[in-house]
Design a binder for this molecule. Sequence first.
Ligand SMILES: C[S@@+](CC[C@H](N)C(=O)[O-])C[C@H]1O[C@@H](n2cnc3c(N)ncnc32)[C@H](O)[C@@H]1O
Length: 199
Amino acid sequence: MAPGDLERVLEEGQRRGLIGPAPIEEHVAHARRFGLAVQPLPAPALDLGSGGGLPGLVLATETLGAWTLLDARRRSTAFLRWAVGALGIADRVTILTGRAEELGRDPAHRGRYGTVTARGFGRPGVVAECAAPFLRVGGVLLVSEPPGSPDRWPAPGLAALGLERAGEAREGIQVLRQARRCPDDVPRPVGVPAKRPRF
Ligand SMILES: C[S@@+](CC[C@H](N)C(=O)[O-])C[C@H]1O[C@@H](n2cnc3c(N)ncnc32)[C@H](O)[C@@H]1O
């Protein structure tokens, strides 16, 4: 991959309306903060609701190891498939089209990941409910926090999903740990987590 390829690929994502209007360097810098929050990120890793590839495409390009970029929107995953080809990382990055509530029940994905990242996926209870099924015990969930937000992660709500907070949010990234196996009745059916968030 030549220097600048990642930026050019993300610009194409922006052109297709899959990445917000901020300068690409800002998006890249924000994505890199996920990689600094836990070092190294436990493999394999999954980016939940990857959209135009933030933060997953940046992290997958800059860290070795297996990544899965998941999104329900075909328009996003078509772009991501093109992007990993253009970046020369298609051999270790899988693109998954589908709902997290369904893929999190698939034995090929349930309890299989060491890291799940999420940026802009939804309210905290929705992110946690959709992410926990993918994590193995000891795995980490990294979520971007809106600037200046108060603690959005109630311990009892997390415990019901087998999750716990791993310290305070730092540089806008909250780290949660899958302390126990995610209960079998999680997640609820498609659309229910967002309609009736747990917290
Ligand atoms: C606001 S976008 C954020 C995209 C990217 N992470 C970013 O920060 O630019 C949220 C993405 O999550 C996806 N998404 C939301 N709920 C989902 C679900 N239940 N299953 C799979 N994808 C979902 C949407 O299709 C959308 O692409």
